[in-house]
Design a protein around this ligand. Structure first.
Ligand code: S3P
Length: 430
């Protein structure tokens, strides 16, 4: 993809459904009784991989544009997969489905693409093993491919060393099949879509906060069946983030993004925009399927650098690539700390972000758990090496719109992982 600088992004858009909620609607719908409908479902490659896996586990799933209908099998109705479960690029699919598969009577194997099979799985294998699961890394490198055979699960109380919704969700889903109560404590609450949706589906799940609402424990007790739901998936704030950033840094812009999920465990980007001096307004706030949503109005603003650290990090972890682009356009220095998790995403994002910022003329230095960005110098066009990371492709497409000259985004088709119509949405604003 070749992009050049522009001015005046104007108009009203919607972004596709939330990726995390779309995955969970298939996963819970599959093990619930009855027919679950998910509207505004994200048809990105990651969520399609989840659909494919559950079809292989015997679940009938119909797709009608962005509505997905899942004919649930109940907690014990999945059937042995005829084939290895291919999770492609999706960490969420891998970790959440593992929790469910550890509770089944049959064997299964899970594998993904080259990047997925390098991502750490010890973080789920360890707690699942403590619960009595039989899960192993086939190549003995603590990564997928994973092999799961029947175990006898019992509840544990797990204190997660990383605030990770994928780890938490994996353990809670295994808890549906365990004897006794299963609890997960996190030092900072990670995205809580699994807890909210499990409660809506009728699971016996509670969540309690201590220490000023930060340290949180979610506990699940087995026994109750899950029951199908109708789910209205809100727009994905991680996808909206690219248009929020573009609206702020492209001169003379005003963009209204309709119906975006603003669950507080996801909305750290909005706080960062405010702290950087961005003109971002929430309109029409409402709740749908237990999730908060709003329209987001963005206008071009002069941004300034800030420090981003501590408990806000999990609430904006996927937005850091595009926040880094905003930082490059902001006056002064931006420091990002406590974000070591970026090193184990689809790419080592601390390196991919700082390498590409430097290529575009912005001084940016990686640190072990974040980066330091010297903003305020004009960006120039460059060749962006995405390394097939969808969020790097989209963040640097935004940078290209504010950079002098032409930018080449290599392998830009990787946006299909979470936002197949990303470049079409931009066309609507020209
Ligand atoms: C996700 C959780 C986050 C996030 C990922 C989606 C989820 O990962 O980065 O894109 O849907 O649970 P971690 O839980 O590993 O932090």
């Amino acid at each position: 993809m070749e992009l050049t600088n522009i001015t005046g992004l104007k108009g009203q858009i919607t972004v596709p459904g939330d990726k995390s909620i779309s995955h969970r609607s298939i996963i819970l719908g599959s093990i619930a009784k009855g027919t679950t409908e998910a509207h505004n479902f994200l048809e990105g490659a990651d969520c399609l991989a989840t659909i494919d896996c559950f079809r292989k586990l015997g679940v009938e799933i119909e797709q009608k544009q962005d509505t997905v209908i899942v004919h649930g099998k109940g907690l014990y109705g999945l059937t042995p997969p005829s084939d290895i479960l291919n999770v492609e690029n999706s960490g969420t699919t891998t970790r959440l489905i593992s929790g469910i598969l550890c509770g089944q009577e049959f064997d299964s194997k899970i594998s993904g693409d080259e990047s997925l099979n390098l991502r750490p799985m010890k973080r789920i294998m360890e707690p699942l093993t403590q619960m009595g699961a039989n899960i192993s890394s086939i190549l003995r490198n603590d990564c997928a491919p994973l092999y799961i055979t029947k175990g006898n699960l019992h509840g544990i109380h797990y204190t997660s060393p990383v605030p990770s919704a994928q780890v938490k969700s994996c353990i809670l889903l295994a808890g549906l099949y365990a004897e006794g109560e299963t609890s997960v404590t996190e030092s900072t609450l990670s995205r809580n879509h699994t807890e909210l949706m499990l409660q809506n589906f009728g699971a016996d799940l509670t969540s309690s906060h201590e220490l000023l609402d930060i340290r949180t424990t979610a506990s699940i007790r087995p026994g109750s069946e899950l029951y199908a739901q109708k789910i209205m998936v809100p727009g994905d704030i991680s996808s909206a983030a690219y248009f929020i950033a573009a609206g702020l840094i492209v001169p003379d812009s005003e963009i209204l993004i309709k119906n975006v999920g603003i669950n507080p465990t996801r909305a750290g980007m909005l706080k960062v925009c405010e702290d950087m001096g961005g003109d971002v307004t929430l309109l029409n706030e409402h709740t749908s399927s237990g999730e908060k949503a709003a329209d987001i109005l963005v206008r071009t603003s002069q941004l300034h650098g800030i420090t981003i650290e501590g408990s806000i990090i999990p609430a904006l972890i996927d937005e850091i690539p595009v926040i880094a682009v905003m930082a490059a356009m902001a006056e002064g220095t931006t420091i990002i700390r406590d974000a070591g998790e970026l090193r184990v995403k689809e790419t080592d994002r601390i390196e991919t972000i700082t390498d590409n910022l430097r290529a575009m003329g912005c001084p940016a230095d990686p640190t072990f758990d974040g980066m330091v960005i010297e903003g305020g110098r004009p960006l120039h066009g460059a060749t962006v090496h995405t390394l097939f990371d969808h969020r790097i492709a989209m963040a640097f497409s935004v940078a290209a719109l504010a950079a002098e000259g032409t930018t080449h985004i290599l392998n830009s088709e990787c946006v299909d992982v979470s936002y197949p119509s990303f470049y079409d949405t931009f066309e609507l604003l020209l």
